[in-house]
Design a protein around this ligand. Structure first.
Ligand code: ATP
Ligand code: MG
Length: 111
């Protein structure tokens, strides 16, 4: 079967997950930070969904994204790409570790 995106054919694919974050203006309300630079850091993130606590999903994610940088999370289906993004969106909080935007733990900034 022909690849859906032929231009990816000769591209080196990362071993781990790959994430695309266009912009992050929604993470921190403007009244809590004057200006969001968009520096993102995942520090030792561990996560399990509350409905399936016996299944470890993220087992220690470290990730650093500089402002303006485009990053893609790549990995097999179910490896946790969407889960990683949902933590940045704060749909869930990590069980261990911190998600930082501009150096602020979003757990403390985003109410
Ligand atoms: N709301 C949820 N409750 C419980 N388990 C979930 C939930 N959402 C995802 N999972 C499980 O978490 C794991 C990671 O799922 P996730 O959706 O983050 O993977 P993904 O890398 O985005 O996969 P895909 O490439 O198919 O989009 C999978 O085992 C999935 O079944
Ligand atoms: Mg997904």
């Amino acid at each position: 079967m022909a690849p859906r995106w032929p231009s990816f054919n000769n591209t080196a694919v990362a071993d781990g997950p790959l994430l695309i974050i266009p912009q992050l203006p929604w993470v921190l309300p403007p009244n809590q930070l004057d200006k969001v630079q968009g520096y993102v850091k995942f520090e030792g993130i561990k996560f399990r969904y509350p409905t399936r606590p016996e299944v470890p999903i993220l087992q220690g994610i470290d990730l650093e994204i500089k402002p303006g940088q485009t990053v893609a999370l790549v990995g097999p289906s179910g490896c946790g790409k969407s889960t990683t993004v949902s933590l940045l969106q704060r749909f869930y909080d990590p069980l261990e570790g911190r998600v930082l935007v501009d150096g602020h733990d979003i757990k403390e900034v985003h109410t």
